[in-house]
Design a protein around this ligand. Structure first.
Ligand SMILES: Cc1ncc(COP(=O)(O)O)c(C=O)c1O
Length: 372
């Protein structure tokens, strides 16, 4: 893409600090560039939204997005990158349809709400065994590897490496031997280094760290492309999509374009190592503030805390409404916890500036002073 380098990080004072779990905050320079290119992309006379996905302009946008994603994650040559639709919930059916082959059983590690959805959906296609679970303690930790009961005949082992609702994140990569490891990385892909070679499949919806809703990223090792069930729909058939460069159906073109801008922004920030460093610092700032006070409760085991999604409660939940109202008055939005768990949740994805986290920390202290 011959576009100008993404401009600086000036923050528009009209914009809120948006702590939504997804769709979520995007880098402001990306939004500005998308706005500037809305009517005419690079002298083409067209918006990206109006382009044929088979035209040379969009093919170039698509190819650059894939190349930049490959560079950011150091994706090995034998892994294919697919830009599809269907979301991560779709993948809960699409994964078994693509990987079961002649096998009937799969293993899933249950770390919370998203794992539970994976189990429920996969049961329509396969015999699902829960290899390990942290339900005994309200999904507040990742079961250690030595507690997993794995079946060597399983078609694959599924993990959700960042539970967006519970705020539990793997800080390590599980070794599952020769059985392919499949990971739902929807809410932390590109937030930290990951050794892609250790995974058979990585997938995620884009609407957290990557771009607009509607795009699903699938990274699949090419020796796994021959295992699809005959019933697998073509639009979700990884091998057919890989052979068609993800263009067997019309891909989510505008979402791919914005994701491409996010990849360029990430590269300009110094890539994944630089953003990871920033994410570690942001998470520490927030968890330290929560831990320093008895007024707030942070339920997740320290070593398994998510850097991206930080659930917390006020010890007195009668103050929840006042807390959320005060936050909104200060321009901090979407802090309400997921309806299934209540309390609060601050999602602090790549595009959340440290100033946003600092503003939240200042507010936590101030609110406690007034209500504690
Ligand atoms: C970890 C995880 N998996 C799956 C999903 C579902 O994604 P979608 O709604 O795009 O299908 C989400 C979030 O929405 C998520 O955070």
């Amino acid at each position: 893409m011959a576009g100008s380098p993404l401009p600086g990080t000036h923050r528009d004072p009209m914009r809120a600090f948006n702590f939504s779990a997804g769709p979520a905050v995007l880098p402001e320079p990306v939004l500005r560039q998308a706005a500037a290119e809305m009517l005419d992309w690079h002298g083409s006379g067209m918006s990206v939204m109006e382009m044929s996905h088979r035209g040379k302009e969009f093919i170039a946008i698509h190819a650059k997005a894939e190349a930049d994603l490959r560079a950011l994650l150091a994706i090995p040559a034998n892994h294919r990158v697919l830009f599809l639709q269907g979301g991560a919930i779709g993948e809960n059916a699409i994964v078994p349809m693509n990987l079961l082959g002649t096998r009937q059983r799969i293993d899933v590690v249950n770390t919370g709400e998203w794992s539970k959805k994976t189990i429920k959906e996969a049961r329509k296609y396969a015999a699902v065994s829960v290899a390990a679970s942290s339900e005994d303690e309200g999904f507040t930790y990742v079961p250690p590897r030595d507690r997993w009961k794995l079946d060597p005949e399983a078609a694959y082992v599924h993990v959700c490496t960042n539970e967006t609702i519970g705020g539990v994140e793997y800080q390590w990569t599980p070794d599952v031997g020769d059985v392919p490891l499949v990971a739902d990385m929807s809410s932390h892909l590109l937030s930290r280094a990951v050794d892609v070679a250790k995974f058979g499949v990585i997938y995620g919806g884009a609407q957290k760290n990557i771009g607009p809703a509607g795009l699903t990223i699938v990274i699949v090792r090419d020796d796994l492309l021959d295992r699809a069930l005959p019933i697998c729909p073509s639009a979700f058939h990884w091998k057919e999509q890989a052979e068609a460069d993800s263009m067997l159906n019309t891909p989510p073109t505008y979402a791919i374009y914005v994701a491409g801008l996010v990849f360029e922004w990430l590269l300009a920030q110094g890539g994944v190592p630089a953003i990871e460093k920033r994410n570690v610092a942001k998470a520490k700032l927030l968890y330290d503030a929560l831990d320093a006070s008895a007024f707030y409760v942070s339920p997740v085991r320290r070593e398994d805390r998510s850097r991206m999604n930080v659930p917390f409660r006020l010890r007195d939940d009668r103050l929840d409404g006042a807390f959320l109202k005060g936050a909104e008055e200060r321009g901090m939005v979407q802090l309400k916890g997921h309806r299934s768990v209540g309390g609060m949740r601050a999602s602090i994805y790549n595009a959340m500036p440290v100033e946003g986290v600092q503003a939240l920390v200042d507010y936590l202290r101030d609110f406690e002073r007034r209500h504690g």
